[in-house]
Design a protein. Structure first.
Length: 165
């Protein structure tokens, strides 16, 4: 496996945590449900894909590999987003869900609560969003690489034409 694929894996994991924190931030600043909130919530997911797709297309010259790199990045972002959410609930978020904080381990319902959260929220949402990550990441990665290759050809043709004059 090439080192760049490890970079895509690390990018996916880091972005998932970043998105969790970013989403919390914009929800506190903008509230939820406005147009700008939606644009920022969903638009931020293009941030890791643009450099990943361009980097992969420049090295491999394959739109398919660029699309697969974007799918991989998005699926790992989804996984790290929900795993960080579980970490946040267990170790940091005493005020948000105190029944899930590790300090409540003596509670007789602690493990039952965690089982419900783990299977319902963490695993359920990972499975639910995985299809979007794989298919959407593939489509967007393919489109980014397609646009990049055509812009690259256009720039080369234009510079060749300028050299002739």
């Amino acid at each position: 496996m090439k080192i760049r694929w490890f970079i895509y894996i690390i990018t996916g994991f880091i972005f998932g945590v970043f998105d969790f924190l970013f989403h919390s931030f914009i929800s506190n600043v903008l509230g939820q449900g406005g147009v700008s909130w939606r644009m920022l919530t969903y638009g931020v997911w293009l941030v890791p894909l643009i450099p990943v797709a361009i980097f992969e297309i420049r090295i491999s010259k394959s739109k398919l590999r660029a699309a697969l790199a974007c799918s991989l990045t998005w699926i790992l972002s989804i996984i790290s987003y929900y795993l960080y959410m579980a970490f946040q609930l267990a170790f940091i978020g005493v005020s948000t869900r105190p029944e899930l904080h590790i300090s409540s381990q003596g509670d007789p319902f602690f493990w039952g609560n965690w089982e419900s959260v783990f299977w319902g929220v963490v695993v359920g949402n990972i499975v639910e969003w995985s299809g979007v990550a794989v298919v959407g990441g593939f489509i967007i990665g393919f489109l980014i690489s397609f646009i990049y290759l055509h812009l690259e050809k256009f720039i080369k043709l234009r510079s060749m034409r300028n050299e002739k004059f």
